[in-house]
Each structure stands twice: as structure tokens, then as C-alpha cells.
Design a protein. Structure first.
Length: 247
């Protein structure tokens, strides 16, 4: 309730004062409150963005150029965090980079997604803390790092995708998740009850939904994959489907 009240206040401020307003970065779970009340906020032309196409943590901007008379981008900066000596760097993961950032006293809502490739991280953050991170983050775990503004976010955020063909009884999302992550159907069902399944960025509690080409499925604690299509029925009556698993 508190979250939606804050969103309504930002929307009204944008509409009444003819100026853009922005939220902090919001998690998928937090964004559900927005989606549930999207119609009530549509008068202020909300738009979501997190720094790149694959971002899950996003800001909401209220206001648009036609109504306000000028354009204003999202206050997001992309930073590259790279070991000074890659040869001697630890095998760093998402938790390592996030922990190092939050140890600087940075609140989670000031940070967007963190993408990691070859020991280098791309982190999206609010413009207001970019210089602070550049000046103060010198170590992640036991690895000395250098932080700079990222020049090529596409290269850093593009996922490594493992294409795989699996056999399922149906293209229902619970059946596909069960097969992709080698889970029992009961365990897959529990993920929906626990609110851990997201379809195209939206929390999904309906386990019987059929997937279509291009759907992005994210399962907290397991990973993310794209449903890329049905390939026909096998001789044993199973449905062959293709998925792209994000690595």
C-alpha cells in the first residue's frame, strides 16, 4: 500500500507540475504493485527502463515529451568494474559485486542490474552515485578493481545463450520449467506458489499458462531462459520445444 501511494504521488507531481519524475530502481516484485495499478497511473504516461533491454530492475518515469514540451532521459549510468590484473582475479559472482557496492553504504534501490562477463561487471546505477562508486570502489572480495563509465554496454550485457531442445508433454510453463531445470512437477508448482516465477518481467502465479515464441522466463534461484518455439511432436507423442538458456 505504501509503495502504490508513493507511485501515485510521483505521478500527480509530474502531471500537475509538467515535469518528469522518477522512482528509484525497483525489483520485479516491487514492480508488481505498479502493474496492478497501471491503469490508475496511466494519466501521467509512465515508462519503465533499467539501463538495457534485459534489465529486470527498472525505474519508472512519469511524464512524456508531448505533454511536458521537452525530453529527459532516465538518470541511469552504466559502470564497468574490472580487475586490474585479470590473471590474478578471484572468480567473482553477482553476490561479490553487489556486496562490495553495498559495503560502501549504497542502498539497493540506487542500483540496477549487475551483468557479469569474463570477470568484468557492468552495473547500472543512479547518476547521483556514479562518481562516488568510481572514486571509492577499489576492491571486490580479494580482487583490486578499477571502475569506469562503460563504453559498450551491449557487449557487457549480452547473455551467453545455450540453445537446447527438450521434450515435454505440453508447452505449459510449469512443464517447461520442470524440464529445463530438472525438477519434479511438484517442485515446479511450488515455485509459483512462492512467487519465484516471472514471465516477461511479470510475476506469474498461473502455472498452466502456455508459452509462446519469444517469452522470457525467469525463476529466482535457478536462472533465466527464452522459449523459442515448438518443433513438432516426437514418435512417442512428446512435444519437442527449443529454449535458449541464459548462462
Amino acid at each position: 500500500m505504501e509503495e502504490i501511494q508513493r507511485l501515485k504521488e510521483l505521478a500527480k507531481r509530474s502531471y500537475n507540475n509538467s515535469k518528469y519524475t522518477f522512482t528509484d530502481f525497483m525489483s520485479c516484485a516491487d514492480l508488481e504493485e505498479f502493474y496492478k495499478n497501471e491503469k490508475d497511473l496511466s494519466f501521467a504516461s509512465p515508462e519503465l527502463f533499467g539501463g538495457c533491454e534485459l534489465s529486470e530492475r527498472k525505474m519508472i518515469r512519469f511524464g512524456n515529451e508531448n505533454e511536458i514540451g521537452y525530453s529527459e532521459g532516465f538518470p541511469i549510468t552504466a559502470l564497468s568494474i574490472k580487475p586490474l590484473a585479470n590473471k590474478f582475479a578471484d572468480d567473482l559472482n553477482h553476490r561479490d559485486f553487489l556486496g562490495a557496492l553495498m559495503n560502501l553504504g549504497i542502498r539497493r534501490e540506487m542500483l540496477g542490474d549487475i551483468f557479469i562477463k569474463d570477470k568484468e561487471a557492468c552495473v547500472f546505477c543512479k547518476d547521483t552515485i556514479a562518481d562516488f562508486i568510481i572514486d571509492n570502489l577499489t576492491r571486490v572480495k580479494h580482487t583490486t578493481v578499477k571502475v569506469t563509465r562503460a563504453d559498450n554496454t551491449d557487449a557487457l550485457t549480452a547473455p551467453t545463450i545455450e540453445e537446447k531442445v527438450i521434450q515435454v508433454s505440453t508447452a505449459r510453463i510449469d512443464a517447461v520449467i520442470s524440464k529445463v531445470y530438472n525438477l519434479s512437477r511438484q517442485k515446479a508448482l511450488e515455485l509459483f506458489v512462492q512467487g519465484l516465477v516471472f514471465l516477461n518481467g511479470r510475476n506469474l502465479t498461473e502455472n498452466s499458462k502456455s508459452l509462446k515464441n519469444g517469452d522470457i522466463i525467469s525463476v529466482r534461484g535457478y536462472g533465466k531462459f527464452e522459449f523459442t518455439g515448438e518443433l513438432g511432436v516426437s514418435k512417442k507423442g512428446k512435444l519437442n520445444v527449443k529454449v535458449g538458456i541464459y548462462r
